[in-house]
Design a binder for this molecule. Structure first.
Ligand SMILES: Cc1cc2nc3c(=O)[nH]c(=O)nc-3n(C[C@H](O)[C@H](O)[C@H](O)COP(=O)(O)OP(=O)(O)OC[C@H]3O[C@@H](n4cnc5c(N)ncnc54)[C@H](O)[C@@H]3O)c2cc1C
Length: 211
């Protein structure tokens, strides 16, 4: 796979402005403080930006690595060739379902402390088990994050992912845009630190859970 850094920069810079950085040291984005530079680093603040970036990468065959909080990755000393994009959209919505339960719809870049602070302030409980889990909830789905004998599998209703597997279909290499898919909890093969995404990689963008 060839990566034309200058071409990618020229195309992406107008969209991301100063959020797009060249030769970015990954030590600053990794809990363990290791890693060489990424050719290109970008922080994604909206779902639409992720969708557009994934489609552009597929169209141009640019390598793309998505990360959340960088709490569970070790970057190589040689760094990363291509684009490393951090998912940093983290808004949420709370919809009361019954007098005692609510559905939280949370974007992938939300972190446990943010959600806990805001849900407890509104009188909702049920998420407390995750207070010590570092990183984003989106990444947490991949490993069915949990603690104190509880895990996301017990509260999750559904997730939405961006599935880019069909973007470049060999041998014609015809481009097709990435597809948003929704999976219910039962389709996720959740067990101890496991989900179907340990096997199939997709970008988690949104999920809903009942507390
Ligand atoms: C000190 C410490 C304590 C921990 N304690 C616990 C614990 O008690 N329980 C527990 O379950 N885990 C624990 N973990 C693990 C960690 O918190 C989880 O793996 C967490 O989900 C990492 O989130 P992150 O956003 O930092 O992911 P990152 O480190 O940024 O990414 C991890 C992986 O997920 C991928 N990824 C990230 N976001 C997405 C997304 N939205 N869509 C698709 N792929 C994505 C990345 O490509 C990478 O492969 C601990 C980790 C540390 C360092």
């Amino acid at each position: 796979m060839s990566f034309d850094l200058q071409q990618a920069y020229a195309i992406l810079r107008p969209h991301f402005q100063e959020r797009l950085r060249l030769n970015e040291p990954l030590t600053a984005h990794c809990a363990f403080g290791v890693g060489g530079p990424a050719d290109m680093w970008v922080t994604l603040e909206r779902q639409r930006e992720l969708i557009d970036l994934v489609n552009l990468c597929a169209q141009h065959h640019w390598p793309l690595l998505l990360v959340g909080g960088g709490r569970n990755v070790l970057f190589a000393d040689a760094g990363v060739r291509g684009i490393v994009a951090r998912i940093d959209f983290h808004s949420y919505q709370i919809d009361r379902q019954t007098p005692t339960t609510a559905l939280f719809t949370v974007e992938a870049g939300a972190r446990w402390p943010q959600l806990l602070d805001e849900s407890l302030a509104q009188g909702w409980s049920g998420l407390e088990f995750g207070i010590g889990i570092p990183g984003t909830l989106g990444a947490g789905i991949i490993s069915n994050a949990g603690a104190h004998n509880q895990s996301l599998s017990q509260i999750l209703e559904w997730i939405e992912v961006l599935d880019a597997r069909g973007c470049n279909i060999e041998p014609e290499e015809q481009f097709a845009p990435a597809i948003k898919r929704r999976y219910s909890r039962d389709e996720l093969d959740l067990s101890y630190r496991h989900s179907r995404f340990r096997v199939e990689r997709s970008a988690c963008i949104d999920h809903g859970g009942t507390w």
